[in-house]
Design a protein around this ligand. Structure first.
Ligand code: TD3
Ligand code: ZN
Length: 283
């Protein structure tokens, strides 16, 4: 069944668990994520980046996910990840997305509030939930000074003002994760997360969660993270699956025999994430 992020995340907030949000670009990734959710009896967030929409087309992605959600016996939402333009957001609303992210995190606070509020006005009128971001994601380095660190991480006081003034449904915060593959071992600022969650009381989103240690994730979920974004770990599973096929048979030329094993590998990775995040059995 197709639902909004708000329906999934408000339940996660109440229940004290996090739901996985997985980036999807094609049929095989979508089928892997949906099969994992069914097998784990977990709600799931299917998200598409602006890049995914450019690659596959909003109409194609919408048709694929709507079919998958209609057939699924678990709650499924269709969410825009890191929406940056008015055009993409309207395209998604018009094509049946049930949730959008407006990423104004590169703007100064006032401008981020303004841009986010404009999107919320439109999205909420259409019955669609909105995620926004405050603070900027990036890797943490040993020699980084506290000032620089604080400037990059989400400021709890700003978070309170941001949530009050925008009325956003969920908030992505920067507490030490980064997008893509990590060079070092990521360390999360759990204290900051704890402070923010106690102040804003809405579902908190963790971006850049691929490659983050299991203990760090478990602690973050305990402290109030309710949506966890995973892309890189699924991309790696896909690529390893394809590479394994060619390692065994370099002459393989049937796309089904190349993508099929990759789909199986992605499903296993997604299932393991669902168990880690605590959303298994919550559908
Ligand atoms: O928004 N995303 C997905 C897109 C980032 C590019 O990979 C995330 O927060 C997940 O990031 P990652 O790279 O840790 O899976
Ligand atoms: Zn992200």
């Amino acid at each position: 069944m197709l639902v909004t992020n708000k329906q999934i995340l408000d339940a996660a907030d109440k229940g004290g668990y996090a739901v996985g949000a997985f980036n999807v670009n094609n049929m095989e990734i979508l089928q892997a994520v949906i099969a994992a959710a069914e097998e784990e009896r977990s709600p799931v967030i299917i998200q598409t980046s602006e890049g995914a929409i450019k690659y596959a087309g909003a109409d194609y992605l919408s048709a694929l996910v709507h079919l998958a959600a209609q057939k699924a016996s678990v709650p499924v939402s269709l969410h825009l990840d890191h929406g940056t333009t008015y055009e993409t957001i309207i395209t998604c609303i018009a094509n049946g997305w049930t949730s959008v992210m407006i990423d104004g995190s590169h703007h100064p606070l006032e401008e981020n509030i303004k841009v986010t509020s404009e999107i919320i006005k439109i999205a909420h009128a259409a019955g669609i939930s909105v995620e926004a971001e405050l603070g900027r994601l990036g890797g943490v380095e040993d020699n980084i000074s506290v000032d620089e660190k604080d400037a990059r991480f989400t400021d709890p006081k700003e978070a309170v003002r941001f949530v009050e003034e925008t009325g956003v449904d969920s908030l992505a915060i920067a507490i030490g994760t980064a997008h893509g593959k990590y060079k070092g071992i990521p360390k999360l600022d759990h204290e900051r997360l704890d402070t923010i969650k106690k102040l804003v009381k809405i579902p908190i989103v963790l971006h850049g969660a691929s490659g983050v240690g299991e203990d760090e994730i478990i602690k973050a979920v305990k402290l109030g993270v309710n949506k966890i974004n995973i892309d890189t770990d699924v991309r790696v599973a896909f690529t390893e699956g394809v590479q394994a096929v060619f390692a065994k048979n370099p002459d393989e030329f049937d796309p089904r025999k190349i993508c099929g094993p990759a789909r199986d590998k992605m499903k296993e990775v997604v299932k393991a994430k669902m168990r880690l995040f605590g959303c298994s059995g919550k559908a």
